[in-house]
Design a protein around this ligand. Structure first.
Ligand code: NAD
Length: 241
């Protein structure tokens, strides 16, 4: 019988890291380690909700029985994936804008540990991708336009979610356009519009706060614990595959 979920949060001092700490507290989940980047000013500072000090020793944070949840940014993913594989700790990876090296590292890690990645952990976005694929198949000849709006701090454009939606539409043989907007502190808005000369159908998703993604990532961590090595997605968690 496995014990209660123990989380190692990597990127703990970032926007998503803080949302994960809040969401874990709301769900009554135990955080075992808070990992920040080497050299971070947060090292040693106690995070009040968990009572844990931030640290930068990733290997030490990846103890037996833990699940790592990372939102540390694309440039850190390869190193985190390798460390999780070495420690035998399952990995939930949320960073977007991954380069080829990060993707290869996640694939290599997934041969040794369970790895779950998602460009967007909101259940509504997972369903949106399915609806976009279904609609593209059902409305051949329609033009498809994807739009996304995010906060001005976001590093990648188009968003990982917009790219995921484009992939879903492309599977039906349609090449969509993608427009990205960066405004204020917008958490994440996505739309997929299907247009013919006579009509327009628009699918829209609005994320109200970051805890939405955090709750999805924590649900994914609970689902991933104890699974065999391999690649998993939110479709698996939601039973949509
Ligand atoms: P952020 O910059 O606020 O936070 C990232 C944090 O990770 C920073 O504090 C940074 O110092 C830290 N960090 C960098 N390298 C590290 C390392 N090696 N070890 C530990 N910490 C490290 O960014 P954010 O807004 O929290 O977003 C993080 C990533 O998550 C981005 O790629 C973003 O696009 C993605 N994101 C994904 C989803 C999703 O649902 N999948 C949702 C929101 C954001």
């Amino acid at each position: 019988m496995p014990g209660p979920l123990q989380l190692a949060i990597v990127g703990a001092h970032g926007r998503m890291g803080r949302a994960l700490i809040a969401a874990a507290s709301h769900r009554g989940l135990r955080i075992a380690a808070l990992v920040v980047r080497p050299g971070s000013a947060a090292i040693g500072a106690v995070e009040p909700t968990s009572g844990l000090a931030h640290g930068s020793d990733l290997a030490a944070a990846l103890g037996p029985g833990r699940v790592a949840v990372e939102f540390a940014g694309a440039g850190s993913v390869a190193g985190i994936a390798e460390a999780c594989a070495t420690a035998g700790v399952p990995l939930v990876s949320g960073s977007t804008g991954l380069d080829a090296a990060a993707k290869v590292a996640l694939e290599a890690a997934a041969r040794r540990i369970p790895v779950l990645t998602a460009a967007n952990f909101a259940p509504g976005v997972v369903v949106l991708a399915h609806l976009a694929a279904l609609t593209a198949r059902a409305l051949p000849g329609f033009e498809v336009a994807i739009e996304e709006t995010h906060h001005v701090h976001k590093k990648d454009a188009p968003s990982g979610t917009a790219l995921r939606l484009a992939e879903a539409v492309r599977a039906a043989g349609v090449e969509p356009t993608i427009a990205s907007h960066r405004e204020g502190e917008v958490i994440g808005d996505h739309s997929v519009a299907f247009t013919s000369p006579g009509e327009r159908l628009t699918l829209v998703h609005h994320a109200a706060h970051r805890e939405l993604f955090a709750h999805g990532a924590l649900a994914a961590a609970a689902w991933l614990a104890g699974r065999p090595a391999g690649r998993y997605s939110m479709e698996d968690v939601l039973g949509l595959r």
